[in-house]
Design a protein around this ligand. Structure first.
Ligand SMILES: Cc1cc2nc3c(=O)[nH]c(=O)nc-3n(C[C@H](O)[C@H](O)[C@H](O)COP(=O)(O)OP(=O)(O)OC[C@H]3O[C@@H](n4cnc5c(N)ncnc54)[C@H](O)[C@@H]3O)c2cc1C
Length: 438
């Protein structure tokens, strides 16, 4: 058959699809009858639910990513971006990390490029806002929060201090609530090492345009989460929008104004821009129009799943599957099997999964869960959150490393130093060059 299967994106859908194809097509791969390629800018899959824990310093960032080349030895990994998909010609334009773009031909394509932050044209947002979708963003935020504690302790200007100690998160879904709760917990914990900063000096503001937080765990547990956050002294502003944040001056729709050095934007996601540079059909929300069998509508040899795809939820007619890992992992399994069925001329099967609810971490020993109708809060939910994600993180190697990180955290105090210097590795050398006499 000698078919080339091209997977655009090596995240949840890309990795799990390739893993299953690598296992189920091992004979064809060995005999040269099939080839699999993944294209992704990164050489690893990011386990995004662990981003908040990595930001809080409970996990090493290296342990929450899965190295594609090691896990997928039978798959060719190309690092770079797909900038265009021409399905009529069965070819994509690939922009490698270095050098000229080139064309990569395929027989079957899997669109698994995920999503990016959905932003709004708010004055100042591009200058001071930061997202929370990548390892880089999570670790930069961690460094930033800790650095700002250093700034606050070292300044004599009360304005600078207040601004440094004010942190804003916009969007109260999974990513926003978990990021805020973990970072707040870490910052509060860190104040014990500072002489003139107490937990009461930190100001955390969560801004949400709707009237609820964490919809993923249902109304009852969402309400409980809201109360918990408020009890911790976090200002949660519901039915409120960010109007502007020029120069770090935050203006909210309820009339509140204040200065903040840090603004995290987690107000939703939109499909990766590559979907717009393709001849594949899109739905009304700009996602790839996908059938329940995970083929791209109107095609037989193009597949899509995950955050970039609008997959009909057959358990809830008229609705689409939500963009989350729970669906992405399960879709990847059906998608890989359907590719094999397609190659063998067999009938495809539909993707069917009823959303079972969610778990969320809210800081060390704190969590909330609503899974299969079982509602948990506090320590039991946090324990469930960790156990569930440990069972899900890919490879035994990563599971062991994660357990070691967590175990060490039981016995030793967490690291509370900012390594923001790593973001500017050449500054010291440049300064040295500047002092060298001719
Ligand atoms: C902080 C956070 C916490 C979360 N917690 C949970 C949780 O607890 N439970 C849950 O179910 N879900 C959770 N999610 C959501 C979940 O992580 C996503 O739904 C899931 O990652 C989607 O999988 P995907 O394969 O579609 O996209 P991704 O996993 O994002 O993978 C997309 C890949 O495509 C690559 N890519 C993008 N554009 C291109 C291009 N043009 N060319 C080549 N490659 C490209 C990207 O680099 C990336 O590697 C969380 C998300 C975040 C951000």
């Amino acid at each position: 058959m000698n078919k080339h299967i091209l997977i655009v994106g090596g995240g949840y859908v890309g990795l799990y699809t390739a893993l299953r194809l690598q296992r189920k097509l091992h004979r064809e791969l060995r005999g040269g009858e099939a080839r699999i390629t993944i294209i992704d800018p990164q050489s690893y899959m990011t386990y995004q639910p662990f981003l908040p824990e990595a930001a809080a310093g409970n996990l090493s960032p290296r342990h929450m990513v899965a190295p594609l080349r090691r896990i997928l030895p039978k798959v060719r990994i190309l690092n770079g971006t797909v900038t265009k998909v021409d399905h009529a010609e069965r070819v994509v334009t690939f922009q490698p990390a270095e050098g000229e773009p080139r064309q990569v031909a395929y027989d079957v394509i899997v669109m698994a490029a995920g999503s990016i932050s959905r932003t709004l044209p708010i004055p100042g947002l591009t200058d001071i806002g930061i997202g929370f979708k990548t390892v880089g963003e999570a670790i930069a935020l961690r460094n930033r929060v800790l650095h700002l504690l250093d700034v606050a302790e070292s300044t004599v200007d009360p304005e600078v201090r207040r601004r440094a100690l004010t942190f804003v998160v916009v969007g109260a879904g999974f990513a926003g609530v978990e990021a805020l709760a973990e970072l707040e917990d870490m910052a509060k914990d860190s104040t014990r090492y500072y002489r003139n900063i107490t937990p009461a000096d930190l100001r955390w503001v969560l801004v949400e345009a709707t009237n609820r937080v964490l919809p993923e765990v249902g109304p009852e547990m969402g309400k409980w989460t809201l109360e918990q956050l408020r009890e911790r002294g976090i200002e949660v502003k519901l039915d409120t929008r960010l109007e502007s944040c020029e120069g770090g001056h935050v203006v909210l729709s309820d009339g509140t104004e204040f200065d903040a050095e840090t603004l995290v934007w987690t107000a939703g996601v939109k499909p990766s821009p590559v979907v717009n540079d393709s001849d594949l059909p899109l739905d009304e929300r700009g996602r790839i129009k996908t059938t329940a069998a995970l083929t791209v509508a109107g095609t037989r040899d193009a597949f899509a799943a995950g955050d970039a795809a609008g997959v009909p939820d057959v358990t809830n007619p008229g609705q689409y599957c939500a963009p989350n890992a729970q669906h992405a992992v399960r879709q990847a399994k059906v998608l890989a099997d359907n590719i094999i069925r397609h190659l063998r001329g067999e009938q495809l099967v539909d993707y069917r999964h009823k959303y079972v609810g969610s778990v969320a971490g809210l800081g060390l020993h704190q969590g909330v869960a609503n899974v299969y109708g079982v509602k948990l809060r506090g320590f039991p939910a946090w324990f469930m959150h960790r156990t569930y994600h440990l069972s899900r993180v890919p490879t035994l190697n990563r599971k062991v490393r994660v357990v070691v990180d967590w175990t060490l955290a039981l016995f030793f105090k967490r690291e509370t130093i900012s390594l923001g210097e790593m973001e500017h590795p050449r500054d010291g050398f440049r300064a040295a060059v500047a002092t060298t006499r001719r």
